[in-house]
Design a protein around this ligand. Structure first.
Ligand code: LLP
Length: 444
């Protein structure tokens, strides 16, 4: 692994240093290579192969601290707010560990995520269980592990909990406040027409709260709403807090907890300007204080904004195909199996050649970055500003740290990439690459 020399100079017009898309501290080194966490990505790719998810764990820590410090800076008494890592964004045991070490609690949305959180050492009281269809097995696992809080999402779940619980259990009720932030419709979750939670209209949520209150084991301590993800405006959170306060005024006076979910957007392109973590925390806290007063504890559930820009994917270019007068395709050794977001949401990404990182892209000949899957729609980037790639180049797509590894699959029998941490010039594998043998290991 290459060591970073403190005296080393930045490359003129470094496209990476200071870019909001890359982890803090990234740069182009003297060799013209991309460097993350002090590691030369060309060396990392040589050692561990491609494709690979690479994270700068220090960057995750810094973002976790920005949440905690952002709250502390607002002058609230200790314990008046709590930050939960929404672990669906990157369910990697080593990332759970970082969040635990930084004093965060955790939101899990399945028995699998719960298992990883427990493996990473989270105490039950710091775990919040989500899910719109928690199975009996998942609820039993949560109860046995002493999960502190369950976020109730349906009446069927209430019945299941009534059957399973032999002791008191703290619960929140998930509400859908009828608010649509401007983001992709697939990741809006707070609107009335939603599979999540209980709508405020037609007395649905009120009836659910009444049902929960009638069950002696269930201790309803507060309300939850997650209105969506990759949100750049702060105003919808104000409206969500207002809607929850309206509900509580009638059905749950003096809630102990108001959980406003996650949702803070990140930069996928250099020009994107999401609100800062401090600004977002301040807006949510102000909204809760305005509508609820000093009483309730605010819960934040950031996922993407903790890990999204801390991670990137490195691929190797295998083929380059120019269709005269149409476009040039550069195909990489991954695609929709390691990053579903372009196909699922039409998400746009940037790219860089890690081994030619200081070369400028010609203005007029964008490159289409294609995956290796048997599907025409398996395109990672439509028009990437890149120097003309050559087979063997290492193509990097930044900002894949959230919902990349999380949504990876084995389409076409493609093994899932490893997760590698780069910090202080050292690279270490925290999740190994899947093998072809792994793909037949469950056969019976
Ligand atoms: N809390 C709850 C209850 C959630 O459902 C989610 C995300 C979060 C917190 C975290 O939200 P974040 O801070 O990451 O925005 N696969 C999609 C994103 C789906 C988000 C699902 N829920 C994507 O790749 O954009």
């Amino acid at each position: 692994m290459s060591e970073t020399s403190a005296a080393s100079r930045a490359v003129p017009s470094d496209p990476v240093a200071g870019s909001p898309v890359y982890p803090a501290g990234s740069r182009v080194n003297e060799a013209g290579h991309l460097e993350i966490g002090g590691c030369d990505i060309v060396d990392v790719a040589r050692e561990f192969g491609t494709p690979a998810y690479i994270y700068a764990p220090d960057d995750i820590r810094a973002r976790a601290r920005a949440y905690v410090d952002g709250l502390a800076a607002l002058g609230e008494p200790a314990g008046s707010a709590e930050v939960l890592y929404a672990s669906k964004a990157a369910p990697v045991t080593a990332i759970y560990e970082i969040c635990r070490e930084e004093g965060l609690s955790v939101d899990v949305a399945s028995g699998g995520e719960l298992t990883m959180a427990l493996r990473a050492g989270f105490e039950g009281e710091h775990i919040y269980l989500h899910g719109n269809n928690k199975s009996e097995a998942e609820l039993r696992l949560a109860i046995d592990a002493g999960v502190g809080t369950i976020v109730i999402d349906s009446l069927d779940e209430v019945e299941r909990l009534e059957r399973l619980l032999e002791r008191p259990q703290r619960v929140l009720i998930r509400l859908t406040p009828g608010i649509k932030p401007s983001t992709h419709s697939y990741i809006q979750t707070g609107q009335l027409d939603s599979k999540f939670g209980f709508g405020l209209a037609h007395g649905v949520a009120a009836a659910a709260a009444e049902r929960i209150a009638a069950i002696p084991q269930l201790e309803l301590v507060g309300v939850h709403a997650h209105i969506g993800s990759q949100i750049f405006e702060l105003e919808p959170f104000e409206r969500a807090a207002e809607a929850l306060a309206g509900f509580c005024a009638e059905h749950l006076p003096d809630p102990e907890i108001v959980d406003l979910g996650g949702g803070l957007g990140i930069a996928y392109a250099g020009a994107d300007e999401p609100p800062s973590i401090a600004g977002y925390v301040g807006a949510k806290l102000a909204a809760v204080r305005r509508h609820f007063g000093p009483g309730p504890r605010l819960l934040l559930e950031p996922g993407r904004s903790l890990v999204g820009n801390a991670g990137l994917t490195v691929y190797e270019v295998g083929t380059v195909k120019e269709i005269p007068g149409v476009r040039t395709y550069a195909a990489v050794d991954g695609g929709m199996s390691d990053n579903l977001r372009p196909m699922l949401y039409g998400s746009a990404y940037e790219a860089l050649l890690a081994n030619r990182a200081s070369e400028r892209a010609p203005a007029d000949s964008p490159i289409t970055v294609a995956g290796m899957h048997c599907e025409s729609g398996d395109i990672l980037i439509r028009d990437a500003a890149l120097p003309r790639p050559r087979p063997g180049d290492l193509l990097t797509i930044p900002a894949t740290g959230a919902y990349g590894h999380a949504m990876a699959n084995n389409y076409n029998g493609v093994p899932r990439p490893p997760v590698i941490f780069c910090s202080a010039g050292e690279a270490r594998v925290v999740v190994r690459r899947e093998s072809w043998e792994d793909l037949v290991s469950r056969d019976v």
